[in-house]
Design a binder for this molecule. Sequence first.
Ligand SMILES: N[C@@H](CCSC[C@H]1O[C@@H](n2cnc3c(=O)[nH]cnc32)[C@H](O)[C@@H]1O)C(=O)O
Ligand SMILES: [Zn+2]
Length: 429
Amino acid sequence: MTTLQITGGEVLLPDLSVERGDVLVDTESGEILAVGDTDEGDETLDAEGGLVMPGLVNAHTHVPMTLLRGVADDKPLETWLREDIWPVEGAFTADDVRVGAELAMVEMIRSGTTGFADMYFHVPEIVDVVEEAGLRARLGHGVVTVGKDDEAAQADIDESLDVAAEFDGAAGGRVSTAYMPHSLTTVSEDELHESVARARELGIPVHYHGNETTEEVDPIVDDRGERPLKYADDLGMLGESDFLAHGVHVDDTEIELLAERGTSVIHCPASNMKLASGIAPVQQMLDAGVSVGLGTDGAASNNDLDLFDEMRDAAMVGKLAADDASAVAAETVVEMATRGGADALGFDSGRLEAGANADVVVVDFDAPHLTPAHDPVSHLAYAVRGSDVRHTVCDGELLMRDREVLTLDEAAVIRRAAEHARAALDRAT
Ligand SMILES: N[C@@H](CCSC[C@H]1O[C@@H](n2cnc3c(=O)[nH]cnc32)[C@H](O)[C@@H]1O)C(=O)O
Ligand SMILES: [Zn+2]
């Protein structure tokens, strides 16, 4: 056994109290051995002046979309997807996806994210990059069958189920998978019915965009005379390990259903604001017992992958939505970005506790915008930025030390990403 002691800082404990202490990690098994007063490690990581906390979990994103950052702003979802995003994505090669994923992973490591869920295509490339970057991820191939002939639609579904079966447990267990139909309107009822049953046979969770906009919800209600999540429930898509992104336009009956079924909702406040999709009733969902994680969604609708930003957005817009300044409090968003997301994705992470995965980051509190540090949890929600992260550890492996990314060549990744983005845009237009 080789051990790493993260030492000299304050530690954020699972009850969100903060104490001076160390975290001892088994770098081989990738587990936390002890928190608080620990033995010395074979190696040490200096956390002086910092807060040691669980790595953040970005529970809904599309990593290769970093290449589309700033490509199409200030448009609503449907127009944005059909006019701008899907045409360029159609020109993406497997290599573009790899390069976009690399850029996203550098960005996530730098801003304290150690785990994420991703829906995209060319998933084998994304698996490769996760393996190299050292992060933890639940990955899937997004299925869109609307506008495709039967053969192409079936091929898309088969590919999603095949990659999910093939890569579950890859990268030494850091990669897990899910079946990912894009949404309840971009895949037909028969297709969902049949494919979700196949996902159940494989024992893999289902992840999709749910109740994101009124343009998506209204036609379902008009055509079927029932709420979208009742429809999803009938299709078997509200299991305990399933998780849906957005949940913006959900009514009381749907909130109750989510709580009863134990299905998680991944709140993506920045994307919902930017595309003017609406404001998710997060406090209401939490009060009803729904488990909620936090996601950035893709970089083209955010426009970054900084979960500290997302925590602040969630707290701010949550108060506005509830017309109550005490709604979606600092502790709540910190929970959502750590344990909430980890639980939604089935990661044994998101808390600093012996036995949990050693997914740990150190935030440098020695900065003017973080002074005075009366309440570290308040700072995490409202004042810390991704660039304040000093060290990032995932599965016991050091991914960034003193703001230097160790697993990917940052300068080369940035250069390649800029080149690939330009070339893909040229091909698409
Ligand atoms: N196999 C599909 C690809 C789906 S991947 C997942 C898709 O979700 C899209 N996407 C990104 N953000 C959002 C969102 O907020 N709502 C709905 N779709 C999104 C993204 O652009 C990507 O095309 C195909 O052949 O088109
Ligand atoms: Zn999305």
